[in-house]
Design a protein around this ligand. Structure first.
Ligand SMILES: [Zn+2]
Length: 361
């Protein structure tokens, strides 16, 4: 048997080496991805996902992903990033300083992937459960030297190609410090503002904004409701009706805030809420076939760990800090082109991998 196998192998090697080389093609032909859905669990380290898994009867939609990688989250000026530098790494593919919103370390603007998508005729959307001017969503449509410049970040939406958004922060648009409103300027650019998800769904406008709060939306445990997954579900058909494709950013914004307040129940309830949105997105992508889903975090928050408790199937939460940590965070990918996300790489690579998936690099 062994000898027969050896002879067979030898024959195969000879046959292979006798074959003339096929026409040289440097790149295997690959179909570009049509849609990318980028999901950020702010502060969602591996522990946050594990805690959510345990709290949700040992199951998460997140488990349906096909490839997992690790992202090195450092910013340009610190081992420990903030959400602005973290999101800017995703949106422009460059490491910048903590606090930077869509700008380089020297404060100059770079086109974000959302802006590129818009310029190429794709539909774009943002769904968050913080203010829409917050560091993560802001870094995709705005260019400002500081994350604290909420009104300036809001104003940048006027010239943004953004089609649809759902999030908090109405006050930065409608009742500004000088008592002005930029809603008319946005309406002039085609925006319709709605007061409910029903109105959002029935609007035929190509640009729709829905403010779910004047400032920050409430935690899900305090009555926010399933707005994150409902908004994703309402927005997906609108985005998918664009024949060119779309780019959507969805953020589980408050997982981070649970970490900052060292509140394990806050973390797990927000994690499960985010996971429900992940479920809607994965259902869509599985059916569509041309959609890439990337789910990651900007950083871990809280130095959260799950230690032994009296009940062998429960954990005692422990925290080492009220701030972010420098630990690498997982990158989860599903659907068309998802294999590119295996491995260990800088957070900036996530931008480059998404651009490549669209065939833009
Ligand atoms: Zn934070």
């Amino acid at each position: 048997m062994y000898l027969a196998k050896r002879i067979l192998m030898l024959l195969l090697v000879i046959v292979a080496s006798c074959n003339p080389p096929k026409e040289v093609s440097t790149q295997p032909e690959k179909k570009a991805v049509k849609n990318v859905i980028f999901m950020v669990g702010d502060g969602m380290g591996l522990t946050q996902a594990t805690a959510g898994l345990v709290a949700n009867d040992f199951k998460l939609n997140l488990e349906r992903v096909q490839y997992v990688g690790l992202s090195k989250t450092f910013s340009s000026d610190a081992l420990i990033t903030d959400s602005a530098a973290g999101a800017t790494a995703f949106s422009i593919g460059e490491k910048s300083y903590n606090g930077a919103i869509g700008v380089m370390p020297d404060s100059t603007s770079r086109e974000t992937i959302l802006e590129t998508a818009g310029a190429k005729g794709l539909a774009t959307g943002l769904v968050v459960v913080c203010t829409i001017t917050h560091a993560t969503p802001g870094s995709f449509y705005a260019h400002q030297p500081s994350r604290n410049m909420h009104e300036e970040i809001a104003s940048d939406m006027i010239d943004s190609p953004l089609n649809y958004f759902v999030g908090g922060g109405r006050k930065y648009f409608a009742t500004r410090k000088d008592s002005s409103s930029i809603l008319p300027a946005l309406e002039e650019k085609g925006f319709s503002f709605v007061e409910s998800l029903e109105a959002f769904k029935s609007s035929a406008s190509e640009k729709i904004g829905y403010f779910i709060a004047d400032g920050e939306p409430a935690p899900v445990a305090e009555g926010r409701g399933p707005i994150l997954s409902d908004a994703v579900e309402a927005m997906l058909p609108k985005l998918a009706s664009d024949p060119e494709g779309f780019f959507l950013v969805v953020e589980g914004s408050q997982i981070d805030w649970g970490g900052h307040s060292n509140d394990s129940d806050y973390i797990t309830s927000e994690m499960i809420d985010f996971d429900n949105a992940i479920g809607k997105v994965l259902d869509f992508a599985a059916k569509d076939g041309n959609t890439l889903v990337v789910i990651t975090a900007d950083h871990e928050t809280g130095g959260y760990s799950l230690t032994e408790s009296e009940d062998p199937w429960k954990f005692e939460p422990k925290f080492t800090t009220g701030h972010h940590t420098a630990t690498m965070v997982p990158v989860y990918a599903f659907g068309a082109g998802s294999e590119a996300f295996a491995g260990i790489y800088h957070n900036t690579e996530i931008y480059h991998k998404m651009m490549k998936a669209y065939g833009w690099k």
